[in-house]
Design a protein around this ligand. Structure first.
Ligand code: BDR
Ligand code: CA
Length: 319
């Protein structure tokens, strides 16, 4: 069965800190070659340190049997701050849950930031979409090092921030933005077209028991691994928010590329707090348009959760 909302094929770079939900996002992209060409996966420090995220990205490619995907290691610390990690959510490895073998496929020698710059420069303007699923360190470093890429990137579709849901790592900040607020500020001020999948929407993409059973019922190594990852990852949100299951934050980015009609939002101004100790990393999202500041992002607020899960589950059958 094909998705109802097929869009034109897009070339993307996935910038990621796997992370169980990052893993599901990568699987969704790799399961969708008709619509998405994954030019490379760039690892960044975030949920766990870089030495694990660069390994986890390859574990996921091997799970999908896509060993030809190029994986690059990027920045191991935020631009101006020490790294904050989230083992309390994702476990010691970042991919706790299933037992998956160490990767055999090589890590590319080139630095992730240089790969991003080179890829954007070497492709026609307006044809490369960046999909950050972790702290924005690699993306902002690329922008700082090669400001000319700002003109050439088609779009940045990122998971990060919150307005109505406010924060998950602090009372006011979402993890990806909090870890590297200076990087986030560079991205939001870049004038690149930006679409944001904040907690406001990802907290509606919950893996209920029935949805997790559907992953397990795929009866494949991928279905089993996704079910076990979300089993592990759900305890944090269940305990904290009393929610029905794990929120699939990062897969929302790839689902948005595949089926934007599943999502709705507003073109608004988003600024990042980089100074205040109390609200560091807060996305000051002008949802009600009261600031007079010009819109710089399409900020998603809602999704068709059933449509999202049927797209995801159907795509995972392809791996
Ligand atoms: C984001 O932080 C990480 O823990 C997840 O992978 C996701 O990218 C959610 O706040
Ligand atoms: Ca992530």
């Amino acid at each position: 069965m094909k998705s109802k909302f097929i869009v034109q094929q897009r070339k993307i770079i996935i910038d990621t800190d796997p992370g169980q939900d990052d893993a599901v996002a990568i699987l969704l992209a790799l399961a969708s070659p008709e619509e998405i060409e994954v030019l490379g996966i760039t690892a960044v420090a975030g949920n766990v340190p870089l030495n694990l995220t660069k390994k986890n990205a390859r574990i996921v490619c091997e799970l999908a049997k896509k060993t030809d995907i190029k994986v690059f290691a990027g920045c191991d610390t935020p631009m101006k701050r020490p790294l904050v990690t989230a083992e309390h959510v994702h476990g010691k490895t970042g991919l706790d849950g299933p037992t998956l073998p160490d990767p055999q496929m090589p890590l590319q020698k080139q630095h992730a930031v240089d790969f991003i710059i080179e890829t954007v420069r070497n492709n026609e303007a307006g044809t490369i979409t960046l999909c950050p699923l972790g702290p924005l360190t690699n993306i902002a470093t690329a922008i700082e090092k090669a400001p000319d890429i700002k003109e050439k990137v088609q779009e940045i579709v990122l998971m990060g921030g919150a307005y109505f849901e406010v924060g998950n790592i602090t009372p006011t900040a979402e993890f990806n933005i909090y870890v590297d607020p200076e990087a986030a500020e560079i991205v939001f001020q870049s004038n690149i077209k930006i679409t944001v999948l904040p907690l406001d929407v990802t907290h509606k993409a919950l893996v209920t028991k029935a949805r997790n059973d559907a992953f397990r019922a795929l009866n494949s190594p991928v279905g089993k691994a996704v079910a076990e990852m979300t089993d592990f990852f759900e305890r944090f949100d269940k305990e904290k928010y009393g929610s029905d299951g794990a929120p699939l934050h990062d897969p929302c980015v790839i689902a948005y590329i595949l089926s934007p009609d599943l999502f709705s939002g507003r073109h608004i101004n988003v600024e990042v707090e980089t100074q205040s100790e109390l609200t560091l990393g807060m996305t000051v999202a002008d949802w009600w348009k009261v600031s007079g500041r010009p819109p710089n992002a399409y900020f998603i607020g809602d999704l068709d959760a059933d449509g999202f899960f049927s797209l995801l589950t159907e795509r995972l059958t392809r791996l």
